[in-house]
Design a protein around this ligand. Structure first.
Ligand SMILES: Nc1ncnc2c1ncn2[C@@H]1O[C@H](COP(=O)(O)OP(=O)(O)OP(=O)(O)O)[C@@H](O)[C@H]1O
Ligand SMILES: [Mg+2]
Length: 273
C-alpha cells in the first residue's frame, strides 16, 4: 500500500475502536496474506539455546499476541525480525524478503516499514514532544519542510489522543502519556508492521486499558499488522485476534484468546490466570 492509499484509508476510518475480532474481519477481509513468515528459527548465545524451533506467520492486518514466561526468547524473536539479531538457522521473511539476505541499504528500507516499540520506549528528555516527534521525520525520512512536519506531528498526536502535549517536555508527562508519545514517535513513520514489546508494563490497569485500546485503534485506523508481546492478560484479551504461547524457545500453542484460555493443558491455561 502506498502512502496516499494509506492516508485515504485512515481518513475513511471514522468508527470507534471495537473489538479485535471485529477489526480482523474488516482488516483481513478473508485474505490470508502473510507479512512475516518465520520457519524453524533457532538462536543460541554461547551455550544458552534460546530459540529452538520457532515457526509463526503474521497475517496482514491482524494483531498477534505472544505470551510466554520471562526469558523464553520473545524479545529475541522480534529482534531477529528487524535484523537487530541474526538467527543461527531457519528462515525469516518479512514482506517475502529473507532478512538475512538483505544488504545494509535494503535492511534500512525494511526497518522504515516496521515500527518497534521497545520495552522502555524512551523519549529524549531534553526535547519537547514536538521535537521528539520531528526527530525521526528528519533523520529517517529526511523531511525538511516545516509545514509538512507540523502537519504530521499534529495528526499523530491527535491519533494517540494527546493533541495538547505538543509543547510539553517529557518530564511533564505521566507514564501513560509518555507511552503514548513513544507510540506516536514510532507511528509517525507510518509503519506497515508494528512490533510491541510489553507495551503496558509498569502502567496501572486503567492506563493499560487505554494503551490496549490505542493499539486496537492503530490496527483499525491504519490497517497495521502487529505482534504484541505481553504479560498483561487484560491487554491480550482486548487486542488479540490470535494468540501464540512460547515456552523454552518453541511455540507450544496457537489459537484465539478464548480457545487458549479454556485449554485443558495446564501449562497453557496457566498463562491466563
Ligand atoms: N544479546 C544477547 N546476548 C546474550 N544473551 C541474550 C541476548 N539477548 C537475550 N539473551 C538471552 O536470551 C534469553 C531470552 O531473552 P529474551 O529477552 O528474548 O526473553 P523474553 O522472553 O523477552 O523475556 P521477558 O519476558 O523477561 O522480556 C535470556 O536468557 C537472555 O539472557
Ligand atoms: Mg522481553
Amino acid at each position: 500500500m502506498d502512502q496516499q492509499e494509506k492516508e485515504t484509508k485512515q481518513s475513511e476510518a471514522t468508527e470507534q475502536a471495537g473489538t479485535a475480532e471485529q477489526t480482523a474481519t474488516t482488516a483481513q477481509g478473508g485474505s490470508k496474506e502473510v507479512v512475516i513468515k518465520i520457519e524453524h528459527l533457532s538462536k543460541s548465545f554461547g551455550d544458552n539455546e534460546v530459540l529452538k524451533d520457532i515457526t509463526l506467520d503474521l497475517y496482514k492486518g491482524e494483531n498477534l499476541v505472544v505470551l510466554g514466561k520471562s526469558g523464553t526468547g520473545k524479545s529475541v524473536t522480534i529482534k531477529c525480525v528487524v535484523g537487530l539479531l541474526e538467527q543461527d538457522k531457519g528462515s525469516l521473511k518479512v514482506f517475502d524478503q529473507e532478512v538475512l539476505d538483505l544488504s545494509e541499504q535494503e535492511l534500512k528500507e525494511l526497518r522504515i516499514r516496521i515500527g518497534f516499540l521497545f520495552q522502555s520506549g524512551a523519549l529524549y528528555d531534553s526535547m519537547t514532544v514536538r521535537e521528539n516527534l520531528e526527530f525521526p521525520l528528519r533523520r529517517v525520512l529526511k523531511i525538511k519542510d516545516t509545514e509538512e512536519m507540523t502537519k504530521r506531528v499534529e495528526e499523530i498526536l491527535e491519533g494517540v489522543g494527546l493533541p495538547d502535549a505538543i509543547d510539553k517536555m517529557p518530564s511533564e508527562l505521566s507514564g501513560g502519556m509518555r507511552k503514548r508519545i513513544g507510540l506516536a514517535r514510532t507511528m509517525i513513520l507510518k509503519p506497515e508492521i508494528m512490533l510491541y514489546d510489553e507495551p503496558t508494563t509498569g502502567l496501572d490497569p486503567i492506563t493499560s486499558k487505554e494503551i490496549s485500546e490505542l493499539i486496537l485503534s492503530m490496527q483499525k485506523n491504519y490497517g497495521i499488522s502487529s505482534i504484541i508481546i505481553t504479560h498483561d492478560i487484560a491487554c491480550a484479551k482486548i487486542v488479540a485476534n490470535r494468540v501464540l504461547v512460547m515456552s523454552e524457545g518453541e511455540v507450544i500453542a496457537e489459537g484465539t484468546f478464548d480457545e487458549l484460555e479454556g485449554s485443558d493443558d495446564e501449562l497453557i491455561s496457566s498463562f491466563f490466570k
